[in-house]
Structure formats: structure tokens, C-alpha cells
Ligand binder design. Sequence first.
Ligand code: S3P
Length: 170
Amino acid sequence: MKVVLLGYMASGKSTVGKELASKNNVAFIDLDQEIEKQENLSIAEIFSEKGEIYFRKKETEVLKRLLQEDKNLVLSLGGGTPCYGNNMQLVNESNYNSFYIKLSIPVIVARLTNEKTTRPLVAQIGVADLPEFVGKHLFERNTFYQQAKHTITADSLTVAETVTQIEELV
Ligand code: S3P
């Protein structure tokens, strides 16, 4: 099983990825965690100490390395990974099957409201401004997300149901 999961922040990529990987007995890697391990800094620290451009460079480097390893793996990307450089091309030219976990704006906003502090791109945005921010951001990013081979519309799916849908398509 070679699977790449992508989607907006807080769309459940890592939760779904871990479940999918353990159910199918393959390794799971979260791209952000891999970058944190390599840099020995948290994502928030990389953004504040080295800047977003540095983070995006590392993101592409680590993505490229993992895809080239070409092994059985469930890999969850960061929310912005598909939208920079030629990252989606790298994914689509690899042997990995890609899945966009698609959630509606209200569902993303509800989740992000509880989980935004560790995410540098939204940490400073007030709760009242989140819907507009997410709406615009998602609009910009959708073109990239839609390049995934499959889209799972996950608003009303449990984690287990999302995993099952991916398994049926893989
Ligand atoms: C980002 C999403 C984050 C992380 C970084 C930037 C983005 O990952 O890579 O904070 O640009 O959307 P999650 O999608 O896991 O929050």
C-alpha cells in the first residue's frame, strides 16, 4: 500500500493516516513530524526562527526523499504541501496513490477553532475572522488539492468510514 493523504489543516489527515496504516500493517509517516525530527524544531519554531520559505524548502526536500524511497507507506502531507513548488507533480509522478480528504468550510472552521494554536498560519487569526480566512485560503488551494487522484468527501464520515473508502479505491 502506497498512499499519500492531503487536505486542508485540521482535515484529519494524520488521524486517518494512522488508522489506515495500522489496519493494513504498513508504516505511517506524517510529513510535518518528519521535518520536525530532521530539524529538531517544532513547526512553529521553524516558521518563527527560520521563516516560511525555509520550511517550504525542507517540506519539498523531505517529500522528495520519502517518495523516492518508494516503499509501502501511508504518508500524510501538511495542509500547504500540495500548493508549493512542483510538489503535486512529484506526488502524481510517483508510485503513490493520492487522496484529498475534503471537508466543507464550516467543518474545517469548527475543528480549527480548537486546534489552531500550534499552526503558525492561523494562530494569530481571531475566531470571528476564521470563516473568511479559511474560505479564501481553501479557494486558492483547491486547484492543487483537486490534483489528487481521488477525493473523499469526509464531512459526514467517521475516521473508520474514511479509511474504508480509501481502502476500496487503493
Ligand atoms: C500548513 C499546515 C500544517 C503545517 C504548517 C503549514 C499549511 O500542517 O505543515 O503549519 O500551510 O496549511 P497540518 O495540515 O497538519 O496542520
